[in-house]
Write a protein that binds this ligand. Structure first.
Ligand code: ZN
Length: 200
């Protein structure tokens, strides 16, 4: 049975921490972008999100604090993942923003049945807004403990460069998404071949 495309998450990386590293490539991170990410990643329900959005005006300090932490986490993850892709070492202090969040968020694992498979999901105890980052930090930690061979890659499209987890059978996945960068590449090389043939 085909699933409705509208229910599909726009996230392409296959691991929460990689999707988080990918959001809002240019600089800042707004509360709206962050909450939308939480919905897309299924970390909060639409209902929950609609209660979170007004915090921007009712709890501006708490929002600022969590966004600052989120930005710090995103920047550290981008740096660490880039080193892993390039097979370069990185100082262990770069993982500190992950530990900071793990330290302040208590929670437990819960079995979740989704799209025909069971998975273990971290459920944070709610207190403050930091719990919103708990599952992301946890996912980052799980990637790091996979070791240097963890199949983190970047999209081969130089204008894209999104991170993704390559769990394809051949371990040769090149694109963040076949439907965007993959197809664009196919069309471009088709046109290139076509125009070369026409010129010769
Ligand atoms: Zn891409």
């Amino acid at each position: 049975m085909a699933t409705a495309p509208t229910s599909k998450s726009p996230l392409v990386a296959g691991r929460l921490a990689l999707d988080f590293a990918n959001i809002s490539s240019a600089g800042d991170l707004s509360w709206d972008e962050f909450v939308t990410f939480l919905i897309d990643a299924r970390l909060v329900s639409q209902d929950r999100a609609s209660r979170l959005r007004p915090f921007l005006t009712t709890e501006p300090r708490a929002v600022d604090a969590v966004l600052l932490r989120a930005l710090r986490l995103r920047e550290c993850l981008r740096a660490v993942f880039a080193c892993i892709v390039d097979k370069e070492p990185f100082p262990s202090s770069w993982a500190e923003p992950v530990n900071e969040i793990l330290r302040i968020t208590e929670g437990h694992d819960e079995l979740v049945f989704l799209e025909g498979t069971w998975s273990l999901q971290f459920v944070a105890r709610e207190g403050g807004l930091e719990w919103l980052l708990a599952a992301i930090a946890r996912s980052a930690a799980e990637l790091l403990v996979e070791g240097p061979a963890v199949p983190i890659r970047r999209c081969a499209n130089p204008a894209c460069r999104l991170f993704f987890y390559d769990d394809s059978r051949t371990h040769r996945r090149r694109w963040c998404s076949m439907s965007t960068c993959g197809n664009r590449h196919k069309v471009a090389s088709f046109l290139r071949r076509h125009s070369v043939r026409r010129r010769s």
